[in-house]
Design a binder for this molecule. Structure first.
Ligand SMILES: [Zn+2]
Length: 409
């Protein structure tokens, strides 16, 4: 297939007004919002050095993709996701098909995974202050397409460069990490595992006790990252269901617990903390609580539980995409807690400036990194509807990471 060829992809058409979709579908995948197209134009390479054309092998379905598919993306973040036509898929394993001018890092035929973040350097801008300071994963020009012609912070939310739910993708060589013959079921975890490691590194270790809430893909990979970074850390994973709890223990959890206020008593019993019962509120407070909570769900119940579990000066890391939530934040000021957001991944001072994904690719190449069971489903691209249903059903349908395989040429 040539650079001017056609390709097959699942296209999201966001020009359909959101209220129409939400009203018509009540949470199911809106008919008409996503459709499989056989004759979309293949992405063209931006007019700048360093771009390559990739042929997709396998791509993951992320919670953020489901939010687009269900017309439930964050209203405030729509400022940064303005493309009307999107090809989703930012967890990507692919083969380099064609290299453009100035490419030195990869060759045609290389198998790669993709860091989807597109910062100033990819958009052809002089670096913004945030990029200059070493945080390109929260670049200040995510709303400006620039030379990359991408109307989103990362690959996979715009059709111009393509995404993993399509056969061909344009990407910059600096986004790519070679994976050799690594099984696609492991390589496809490079992006979510980077999210997990980046989240785990937001906590400068101070103490011995951690809680991870939400054993979905990100929670499990955050647990696996914490375990790799801190072999002696006590990690309690809170989340429902025997299936995901088993997965959490395999990923490195010390123990698992069902969600709910009883977690406070259980941890007090284990660690010797005191339980303080407010006269009015339902959830008790754990005195001598845990040092860090990584909330990979981001709903009112999980944020509330996390705040009640933390010791004074502890840290709540918000890994899940928290939106508008009704939460009692009193304990944040009353116990001088830190609420730390985390998104994407990139250069890490804790890794001597290396990127999160370069470290994760090393982990994935190590058979003892326990992630083999995380990809529970592989669907061909033309069964995208069934794949989205499985992903939306989640752990109660024994689904963790659901993936789409592109047809071989
Ligand atoms: Zn920037």
């Amino acid at each position: 297939m040539s650079r001017r060829g056609m390709m097959r992809a699942v296209l999201a058409d966001l020009s359909i007004p959101r209220y129409v979709l939400t009203a018509a579908t009540r949470g199911r995948v809106p008919v008409g919002l996503l459709s499989l197209r056989d004759n979309l134009p293949a992405p063209t390479l931006p007019d700048a050095p360093g771009w390559v054309l990739l042929r997709t092998e396998l791509a993951g379905i992320c919670g953020s993709d489901l939010a687009v598919a269900h017309a439930k993306s964050s209203p405030v973040l729509s400022a940064f996701y303005s493309a009307r036509r999107q090809i989703l898929g930012h967890e990507i394993v692919a083969v380099v098909q064609e290299i453009g001018p100035g490419v030195t890092a990869v060759e045609a035929g290389d198998r790669v995974v993709v860091d989807p973040v597109l910062s100033c350097v990819h958009r052809g801008f002089a670096p913004c202050r945030t990029c200059r300071d070493g945080f390109p994963y929260v670049c200040e020009r995510f709303d400006q397409p620039g030379a990359a012609r991408c109307q989103s912070p990362t690959q996979g939310f715009d059709a111009a460069l393509g995404g993993g739910w399509g056969e061909l993708i344009a990407a910059h060589e600096t986004q790519l990490h070679r994976v050799g013959a690594m099984p696609a079921r492991r390589a496809v975890l490079a992006e979510p595992a980077s999210i997990g490691l980046h989240a785990a590194l937001r906590w400068p270790r101070r103490g011995d006790r951690a809680v991870v809430i939400g054993p979905g893909t990100i929670g499990l990979l955050t647990t696996a990252a914490l375990r790799r970074l801190h072999p002696d850390l006590d990690i309690t994973v809170v989340g429902p269901g025997a299936f995901s709890q088993e997965m959490a223990v395999r990923a490195g959890a010390t123990r698992t617990m069902d969600p709910g206020p009883q977690v406070v008593e259980a941890l007090a019993g284990l660690h010797g903390g005191r339980v303080i019962r407010p006269r009015i509120s339902r959830i008790p407070i754990l005195e001598q609580g845990v040092d860090v909570v990584l909330d990979c769900v981001g709903l009112p119940g999980t944020i509330d539980l996390g705040l009640h579990l933390l010791r004074p000066t502890g840290m709540l890391v918000l890994v899940g995409g928290a939106g508008r939530q009704r939460v009692d934040w009193s304990l944040v000021w009353n116990r001088q807690l830190t609420v730390q957001g985390t998104v994407n991944s990139g250069p890490e001072p804790a890794l001597d400036g290396r990127t999160t994904m370069s470290r994760v690719v090393e982990w994935l190449a190590d058979p003892s990194y326990p992630v083999d069971d995380l990809v529970t489903h592989v669907f061909p691209l033309d069964r995208w509807r069934a794949a989205l249903s499985a992903a939306a059903a989640g752990p109660r349908a024994r689904a963790i990471k659901v993936t789409l395989r592109s047809p071989r040429e």
